[in-house]
Design a protein around this ligand. Structure first.
Ligand SMILES: Nc1nc2c(ncn2[C@@H]2O[C@H](COP(=O)(O)OP(=O)(O)OP(=O)(O)O)[C@@H](O)[C@H]2O)c(=O)[nH]1
Ligand SMILES: [Mg+2]
Length: 377
């Protein structure tokens, strides 16, 4: 694991933990998973690219795996969809070093005889399956693997579901993607060129402007596979070095941290200034004998704050707002505790956990920024 990471992951765990009781549990769980997966990935060889073959049924994922490995390992053809569970081929040279990582990803079938020292290739079930389970397996693995090889064929490369449901939402992961236009042998050169241009256009519409694109024939009816060396080169450009892995993990963590930062206050609530203002106005109204205005002003302030603080802290502040009339009356009729104690202080302590989480996250975001490519170290 590179030097900076143990400390960084610890900070990430701390910051995510501090969000408990402040941010919705689902969001916390999802970011905690990202941190755990980063930790797991970094404890396995960084120089081995973990790449997954994904795409529609029959596009040729399993055939590509076999062509890349130079052996008939995966079942191809037959009843569609053919592949029903992910299967990995790891380099023979690393033995079982990645097995527990792959197991964590839900991959039970592992072949240990891969000829490429720096490539672990995963054959996946189809993305367009009638089998819901297939889709779920793909969705689970897509964000985690180091590189994703999208396998397209001359018929399905424009498939609306693929573009709308997968690619369009993943444009910011495009630097992990390699696109393969397979079954090139089935179209003549001119149509192949037109298909390629059309695919580039569709990808640009998804927000993927400069895709890495390879044309292959994994299992042509005659002759050897075509385009396999280029595919290997493209995958190694996308993954398989400390730098590419770090870039991926940093951007995964950044996305999670940004969501938590937003949920814990974004730019901050400016609570002290606003609370002092609301309290001062309420006291002035009470001094004028206008309790109603005091109540209205303070509850308005608290309910606004509750809306800004989200679904976890917000309801607690609303509960305090409900009690405002009692506290205002206590001050007006004396000798009740001052509003700073009865109203402002409890809100402040509720916001303290949120502010702490926000501060930890902000520091983490800064650390992550230092690890981004091109950042001054
Ligand atoms: N002509 C031609 N046929 C191919 C090529 N690649 C794969 N095929 C054939 O297409 C069919 C489907 O290939 P598979 O590799 O099983 O496709 P898959 O993407 O793994 O399909 P699923 O496992 O169902 O998701 C098989 O009959 C292959 O022989 C190719 O480049 N050219
Ligand atoms: Mg298959």
């Amino acid at each position: 694991m590179p030097d900076d990471w143990p400390g960084l992951l610890e900070k990430a765990e701390l910051a995510v933990g501090a969000c408990s009781g402040v941010v919705e549990d689902d969001l916390i769980r999802s970011v905690a998973n990202t941190v755990r997966e980063a930790r797991m990935r970094l404890s396995y060889p960084e120089e081995v690219a973990v790449a997954a073959l994904v795409g529609g049924t029959g596009s040729g994922k399993s055939s590509l795996l076999n062509a890349v490995m130079g052996a008939e390992i995966a079942e191809t053809g037959g009843m569609r969809p053919t592949t029903s569970a992910p299967m990995a081929v790891v380099p023979a040279s690393i033995g079982e070093a990645m097995d527990s990582y792959l197991a964590m990803l839900g991959i039970d079938e592992i072949h240990h005889d891969g000829p490429h020292d720096r490539l672990c290739l995963i054959d996946m079930p189809d993305t367009d399956s009638v089998e819901v389970g297939h889709r779920l397996q793909v969705e689970r693995l897509l964000p985690v693997v180091d590189a994703v090889v999208w396998v397209l064929d001359p018929e399905k490369y424009r498939d609306a579901t693929l573009h709308r449901e997968h690619l369009a939402g993943m444009a910011d992961s495009a630097d992990r993607f390699v696109f393969v236009l397979n079954q090139a042998d089935r179209v003549d050169e001119a149509s192949g060129e037109a298909l390629r241009a059309d695919l580039l256009k569709a990808l640009a519409e998804d927000g993927i402007g400069h895709p890495s694109l390879v044309v292959t024939a994994a299992a042509p009816p005659s002759g050897p596979p075509v385009g396999i060396d280029e595919l290997l080169t493209r995958i190694s450009e996308r993954a398989g070095s400390e730098e590419t892995l770090q870039r991926k993990l940093v951007s995964d963590l950044r996305r999670g941290v940004d969501r938590l930062l937003e949920a814990t206050g974004g730019t901050g609530l400016d609570f002290e200034r606003r609370a002092a203002g609301a309290q001062e106005k309420a006291m002035a109204s009470i001094a004028d004998g206008d309790e109603d205005s005091a109540v209205l002003g303070l509850t308005g302030f608290l309910n606004g704050l509750a809306r800004e603080t989200g679904e976890v802290v917000g309801p607690g502040i609303e509960n305090i707002a409900v009690e405002v009339p009692v506290h205002v009356r206590a001050v007006a009729e004396g000798p009740g505790p001052p509003l700073s104690e009865s109203v402002i202080a409890p809100v402040r302590s509720m916001l303290a956990g949120r502010a702490r989480a926000n501060a930890l996250l902000a520091e983490l975001a800064l650390n992550l920024r230092h690890l981004e490519p091109g950042a001054a170290r």
